[in-house]
Design a binder for this molecule. Structure first.
Ligand code: FMN
Length: 184
């Protein structure tokens, strides 16, 4: 038995080609998020994005990224912010799983991206406050979770040296036995 192809293929590189992502591809990524599971089917995720077709807005979003991410992510033709509503829409009470559900939707998007031959790289390294202010979010209710760079894979040789080395290193993971416990 083998792992599903898109799970094997999904990864988070830092080199991006400037080839644009089509509206149809973007629509499919959002469709993938749409079908993610969520507690009480709350679907508490929301996405804001800018493409390189609108350079001023693209630059504004990239301005929320920490420098260590901005240097490579600004080359990606699509920059997104994933957000989550922290309270249930039906009663306004805290939803303990809001960030979990946004993560699930994000992974759905990442797998759909891999299936389309695209790459999606999530980032926690950004100013949440600056981003929330720019998007005029009421942080009591809705918070940015991750920013994402989406596009076609680029050439690692175009990255600064330290990033190029990281890009070419083999990906590592814990062994399954390190995080799975059968209860008998
Ligand atoms: C919530 C989250 C935050 C992350 N933040 C960053 C980040 O700020 N900068 C970065 O370069 N990568 C970031 N990553 C990417 C991880 O470093 C990457 O997923 C991990 O090293 C595993 O590599 P892979 O995605 O290629 O399997 C983030 C990933 C996740 C899920």
């Amino acid at each position: 038995m083998e792992l599903t192809e898109v799970i094997r293929r999904r990864h988070s590189p830092r080199s991006f080609s400037d080839r644009p992502v089509s509206d149809e591809q973007l629509r499919l990524l959002f469709e993938a998020a749409r079908w993610a599971p969520s507690a009480n089917n709350e679907q508490e995720w929301s996405y804001y994005y800018a493409t390189s077709a609108h350079p001023d807005t693209h630059r504004l979003l990239c301005g929320c990224l920490f420098e260590s991410n901005r240097i490579w992510a600004e080359k990606a033709p699509v920059i997104l912010v994933s957000c989550g509503r922290k309270v249930f829409s039906y009663n306004g009470k805290p939803n303990r799983h809001w960030m979990h559900d946004v993560g699930a939707a994000n992974v759905s998007m990442a797998l759909q991206a891999a299936d389309l031959g695209l790459v999606l790289h999530q980032m926690a390294g950004f100013s949440v406050d600056r981003c929330a202010e720019m998007l005029r979010l009421d942080m009591e209710v809705t918070e940015p979770v991750t920013m994402m760079a989406v596009g076609y894979p680029g050439n690692p040789d175009d990255l600064p040296e330290t990033l190029r080395e990281r890009e070419l290193q083999p990906r590592t993971r814990k062994g399954v036995e390190e995080f799975v416990y059968e209860l008998k």
